[in-house]
Write a protein that binds this ligand. Structure first.
Ligand SMILES: Cc1cc2nc3c(=O)[nH]c(=O)nc-3n(C[C@H](O)[C@H](O)[C@H](O)COP(=O)(O)OP(=O)(O)OC[C@H]3O[C@@H](n4cnc5c(N)ncnc54)[C@H](O)[C@@H]3O)c2cc1C
Length: 281
């Protein structure tokens, strides 16, 4: 039994039934042939894992499945490759278009699963195709087949993004560097960057107010339950204030949803993904 709290950026969650770190496509295919539920994690930067643990085989892609190479305008990356490494390689090759991911601390697989994005860019805009494995076989899927839309894809547990090809465009590395510096500065100004969080809790609702502004207006900045608190800097973030448990974060999420419903008639939809036998109220 391997504790997953050290594999999530919030730092909470119990053990997995089993954790495997496959390094090749063949290894993943073999693991998927076992008759057990499978879930894949990236850098755990958008994950809440049940305190009681996860009764599944959890995969964390490594080795060749986290490798990155540049081939003309294509960046070919393993599903377990960190966005930061991909961006670094793209910049070194003078390829732009992936700058939006500079402040998304996840992997390519997690980015596709979530259609991660920031500052007007997202994975759907650069993804050419993704190699996805399931118990029934492995094949390439296009962004349309993956159903990518705002922080959404059709991917479900048991479907593993093994590799992806991103189509980028020539851009001088100095320009990329300057753009990234500016985006990071904007991020630092508005969001908690030196705290343990899992990024945005909720998707932005179809409303004049963003989720963060709405929860701020509900008086939730700094609200604390157990060891978790709503960020005093940005109300759409939950921070681990020291000894948080997943149940504390779930209670904060339920309270935030209740207040948004009561004060604005809005049903906030969570962006964070759940692993294990837990649910959002
Ligand atoms: C400080 C901070 C800032 C953030 N800012 C942003 C932002 O600006 N924009 C944004 O979109 N997100 C943001 N996030 C959230 C998060 O970084 C993204 O959602 C990211 O894409 C998740 O990637 P991950 O590899 O960490 O995935 P995880 O959190 O490990 O997993 C997320 C989901 O993807 C699935 N998954 C992971 N890898 C694979 C794979 N190989 N195959 C199939 N499924 C997989 C998991 O099962 C889970 O359902 C932020 C998070 C933090 C902590």
């Amino acid at each position: 039994m391997t504790d997953l709290s050290r594999y999530t950026t919030l730092g909470t969650g119990g053990p997995a039934r089993e954790l495997a770190q496959p390094e090749s496509i063949a290894e993943v295919e073999e693991l998927l042939r076992r008759d057990v539920p499978v879930a894949t994690i990236g850098l755990g930067s958008n994950l809440l894992v049940a305190d009681e643990g996860v009764d599944a085989l959890v995969l964390k892609l490594a080795g060749g499945l986290a490798a990155v190479e540049v081939d003309g305008p294509l960046l070919r990356a393993g599903g377990g490759a960190a966005n930061a490494v991909c961006l670094h390689r793209a910049r070194a090759a003078g390829l732009g278009g992936f700058e939006f991911a500079c402040a998304i601390p996840g992997t390519i697989g997690g980015g596709i699963r979530m259609n991660g994005g920031a500052y007007g860019g997202d994975f759907s805009q650069v993804l050419e195709r993704a190699l996805v494995a399931t118990a029934d076989g492995t094949g390439w899927l296009t962004p349309a087949e993956l159903g990518l839309s705002y922080r959404h894809s059709n991917l479900r547990h048991g479907q593993v993004v093994l590799q992806a090809e991103l189509r980028l465009a020539p851009r001088p590395s100095e320009e990329i560097k300057a753009a990234v510096r500016e985006l990071n500065a904007r991020r630092k100004e508005a969001q908690p960057t030196n705290r343990r969080t899992f990024g945005s809790v909720f998707k932005n609702p179809d409303h004049d107010l963003s989720a963060g502004r709405m929860l701020e207006a509900c008086g939730l900045k700094g609200h604390r339950i157990g060891g978790a608190q709503i960020s005093p800097k940005h109300a759409n973030f939950i921070e681990n204030a020291g000894s948080a448990r997943t149940e504390d974060a779930l209670a904060l999420i339920a309270e935030a949803r209740r207040r948004a419903r009561e004060q604005y008639g809005v049903e906030l939809v969570h962006e964070v993904q759940l692993l294990g036998d837990i649910a959002i109220e």
